[in-house]
Design a protein around this ligand. Sequence first.
Ligand code: GTP
Ligand code: MG
Length: 615
Amino acid sequence: MNTLMRLSLQFPQWRTYCIKQCAFAGAEAAARGKPNYEEFIGNHHQQAQRSIVVQVSSEKSYAELYNYCSRFGHIVTVQHYSVQHEDELHYMLLEYASSEEATAAISSSAYNAELSSSGGGNGVPVRSPFLWFRAPAPGAGRRGQPKLANNQKAHALHTIYGTRALNHEALKELLHGASSIDQQLHLLYERTCLNDLGVRMRFLAALQVEQAISGMFPEALAQPFGSSVNGFGKMGCDLDLILRFDGKTTTTDQDIQREASRLIYHTKENLSNGRSQTQRQMECIGDMLHLFLPGVCHVRRILQARVPIIKYHHEHLDLEVDLSMSNLTGFFMSELLYMFGQIDPRVRPLTFCVRRWAQSCGLTNPSPGRWITNFSLTCLVMFFLQQLRQPILPAIGAMVKAATATDIRVTEDGINCTFARDMERVGFQSRNTSSLSELLLQFFEFYSQFDFHNRAISLNEGRALAKPDHSAMYIVNPLEQLLNVSKNVSLEESERLRIEVRNAAWMLESEVENTTLSESERREQSWGLLNLFKHPEKSVIRPNMFFKPRMVEVSDLFDKSQSQPPAINYKSPTVRQQVQSIKAAARSELKQLRESSTTTTTTTTTSAAKTKRSR
Ligand code: GTP
Ligand code: MG
């Protein structure tokens, strides 16, 4: 009762916003051509409710499956993908025109007789949108190859092998074939970003969790966030999910009637404190996922982390999932990033390139640790675009100022995530006309100069601030401004970032200036982004040179010897000259240092000897 009263008192003060289901989101979004975040999310959530996934023997099963499944309703689209286990397994994702039709297909499905207890197995009869298409019963007859009726031909298989990401060689080939660095940047984004099928699969994974608990928690919502929905996801990215037991805010007639109801659900009050309660609930959800949900495997519970999560693999979707129940700002942070990506068409390709570059030189790593995360790196790109003389992105503070009552969002734990969702109200217009390659070079130059030792990065202000503590890298968390997003980054990794951005700036400068390559040279030689991603391990300055100075002589960086990797061949004469003069200056400084240290040693030795003699 106390809980109830506390909540009802809070309600008028905080318009507690969890995750709003957008009715007719798809139609509105289509009408405007550019869906906002909530429409994008609502649209995909509804699409998942109209969809099923069916395992088939190969993509050739399409016509037969289409004919069979058409009996439940109008099929809007079918996409094929495969998953590599011991064999290659094939799947079709079907979308019906309505959720009722998808439900009819699911409800018509039988349980696997061999696995059921009556068949002697110990399989659990679980209902979910993940199905398989068995061969017709003997005698049912399947004469010849099934044909699609004329009116069905329009719905030919939309995608075949729709989740295959470009491998390294294919990407190299693609970038070789581009006509400029700018085109390489665009191609990299277009050909590696998460595609429509990837997004659909992620929303289906979310829906599976939601539906699994909907009997007990009809208001439950499993909400994707992070790179699966923020516009910065690449093919194969993980799925970040927030599960809320009371996530849906519906405004149906039933809800209005409910407010006046005199009948109140009996519910249990949780007596433990918030964190351990969440941990216990997550443990229970983890067991449920592990024991009952088809496709879910390798469930791992990481419950002691700041944000406790359950990690699992979905074998029918070939997907890694991170499920949390308490990281509510992640959803709104993803909205901010989604909006940034929509403000200007250069934002996403630039971020993709920076993330790829960081991966290629080992700055980022899929496992968590003391290195920079993709999220922090994305914040660095956003900040760079805010602080330009002609900014490409507004400061978040300006978006907060322009917010109106409809923009108020406060998470259940009281974190204010209010900012204007309508960019026209923010009144921000960029006059920046730089090309993508110019921006990429400026990005590297900017961070090779940035004073990470003393300055903190604030996306709220769009400018650097004095660093509030001694963290090696400080990025103010945009939605919880007392926290540092990059707190995990060690001094060594921060130093490494600085070195790598400087290397990249040198490299790219020479690439940008070098516009003289013929088409055939471009095909044969490594150029543009290919050089940026190539990263020969030894030619790059590693951080231990700073932290273990005795192990490596600085002069080693410049001396040419047999064991040294081949020197970088700078194509632009200007850059070549600049690099040579930097090296020459460094050599002469080193020489002077050596000479002065020898002189000092000699002087000290001589004076010591003199002292000895005088004694
Ligand atoms: P990839 O999974 O690497 O493609 O990128 P991602 O953006 O999804 O990153 P990740 O899965 O690590 O995190 C998911 C989301 O959680 C991010 O997009 C952020 O919204 C949020 N997030 C991640 N790390 C932090 C952090 O250190 N602080 C805060 N406040 N939020 C974070
Ligand atoms: Mg992620």
